[in-house]
Design a protein around this ligand. Structure first.
Ligand code: 13P
Ligand code: SF4
Length: 305
């Protein structure tokens, strides 16, 4: 069944001149039909350069919206529009306006895991791979940053700048509760010899326990470059599959099988095939805010180079 569906998707990709862009957390069979698999920053860079009539985004909604912002004239499909990111909804326009009023001279740097509305009100959009570089390049010492409080901690501790978190409670439920110090401690008890790599969306205590902290693709590169008897990837469990595919000779573990982003897993071979057959659901962004949002994304990508 999976093999037949994979074949069907490959045929449809050819027929539609389509390019499938997938995130590192996607299901193994979805990663297998993707033309590119990467982190949010790599997906955004790739979305700018693909030569295709149709882009299919296998990831959560903000990833599909970012691809559409960067490709306003192309068909961008998101096979399951209900695949959202709970972290993205923490930063509402009302909250942003309040913080902007309280800190009128501080730039607003927004994590890509956010709505188009939030991006349109921002100065720069960053990803977990680019936040550190972009924020250290700003002249300002006081920066508004949202919505992820743990990524703010990661940047703050490495740049010495003061980051005001917008809002102070924004978090990813998968990293906050399932890549918590408790689960990492349990994994280290079982596998004390393994190198521990952690995503910056994990809580500060988890980051402090880690041998390496970085975006999903930065973690993958670290596994490739660093010698260790085994590796624990402190993030969503799908990254372990990606790492095993890239480094078949290495022993790679997820800290706990419960660290699953159910939204990422809503993209399936069936809904990709359906999207390619029907050319629906298309991603549309409100033209009233798309220009401002695109410019904030472009400014972030420019500083990330
Ligand atoms: P990366 O950009 O590091 O892949 O992270 C995206 C994400 O949603 C992490 O939960
Ligand atoms: Fe959003 Fe967390 Fe899922 Fe990443 S893992 S898409 S931040 S809910």
């Amino acid at each position: 069944m999976i093999k037949e569906l994979m074949k069907r998707v490959e045929e449809l990709k050819r027929r539609r001149r389509a390019f499938v862009l997938a995130h590192n957390y996607q299901l193994p069979e979805v990663q297998a039909v993707a033309d590119f698999v990467g982190d949010s920053l790599e997906m955004a860079f790739k979305a700018r350069e693909v030569d295709a009539d149709v882009i299919v985004v296998a990831g959560v909604r903000f990833m599909a919206e970012t691809a559409k912002l960067l490709n306003p004239d192309r068909v961008v499909l998101h096979p399951e529009p209900r695949a959202g990111c709970p972290l993205a909804s923490h930063m509402t326009p009302d909250i942003i306006k309040k913080f902007r009023e309280n800190y009128p001279s501080a730039p607003l740097v927004t994590y890509v895991n956010s709505s188009v509305e939030a991006k349109a009100l921002s100065d720069y959009v960053v990803t977990s791979a680019s936040a550190l570089k972009v924020i250290s390049r700003l002249e300002d010492d006081l920066v508004l940053f949202g919505p992820d409080k743990n990524l703010a901690y990661f940047v703050e501790t490495r740049t010495g700048k003061s980051l005001i978190t917008v809002p102070p409670w924004g978090h990813c439920p998968v990293h906050e509760f399932l890549v918590s110090p408790y689960y990492l401690m349990k994994a280290k008890e079982r596998m004390p010899q393994c190198m521990l790599l952690v995503h910056p969306e994990a809580p500060p205590e988890s980051q402090r326990m880690a041998d390496f902290v970085g975006s999903t693709s930065q973690m993958l590169r670290a596994v490739g470059e660093r010698e260790a008897p085994c590796y624990i990837l402190g993030t969503e469990e799908g990254l372990a599959h990606r790492a095993r595919t890239l480094y078949p000779g290495k022993e790679i573990h997820a800290p706990d099988q419960r660290a699953v982003c159910i939204d990422m897993k809503k993209i399936t071979l069936s809904n990709i095939a359906r999207a390619l057959e029907t050319l629906k659901p298309k991603v549309e962004v409100d033209p009233a805010i798309s220009k401002a949002a695109r410019e904030a994304v472009e400014r972030g990508l420019e500083l990330a180079k």
